[in-house]
Design a protein around this ligand. Sequence first.
Ligand SMILES: Cc1cc2nc3c(=O)[nH]c(=O)nc-3n(C[C@H](O)[C@H](O)[C@H](O)COP(=O)(O)OP(=O)(O)OC[C@H]3O[C@@H](n4cnc5c(N)ncnc54)[C@H](O)[C@@H]3O)c2cc1C
Length: 127
Amino acid sequence: MYAICDLAAEKGVGILLDAEETWIQDPIDRLAIELMAEYNKEKVVVYNTYQLYRNDRLHFLQLSHKIAKEKNFKLGAKLVRGAYMEKERLRAKEQGVASPIHLDKEATDKDFNDAAVFCIENKESIS
Ligand SMILES: Cc1cc2nc3c(=O)[nH]c(=O)nc-3n(C[C@H](O)[C@H](O)[C@H](O)COP(=O)(O)OP(=O)(O)OC[C@H]3O[C@@H](n4cnc5c(N)ncnc54)[C@H](O)[C@@H]3O)c2cc1C
């Protein structure tokens, strides 16, 4: 990832890290923050993806922005609703835990819209 980001920074292009299933997402998020802290000082090279069908991701977007401000880097954010709704719900049911996905489409759309507004309101520090 560092080699890829070095080349992207040199060529002036962005690197977008996709978001995947919840059970493999944490290390992706950690790596994204680490890379952003390294490469997003002047301009934005690295973007993390925020799946707004997850009921915790608006908060995570805001938390990521707080970390960016504290560590003095710019946040790169790609907003999506999310691609694995059925799989997530099935796994949560099988494991007997609460689903990480919003209960309905309206809740997903509300968080997506609120996330877009949050990014626009902070456009000096979020790309
Ligand atoms: C360029 C590109 C990159 C992408 N990258 C990613 C990525 O990195 N990670 C990823 O996960 N997805 C990714 N996607 C997929 C993206 O999340 C889906 O395409 C998107 O959710 C579809 O939304 P829509 O607005 O087009 O359709 P819409 O029909 O408006 O939205 C559908 C989405 O709404 C949500 N939804 C629907 N019904 C319900 C319900 N009952 N309860 C709760 N939520 C509901 C679901 O998330 C569903 O996928 C990417 C898509 C594109 C085009």
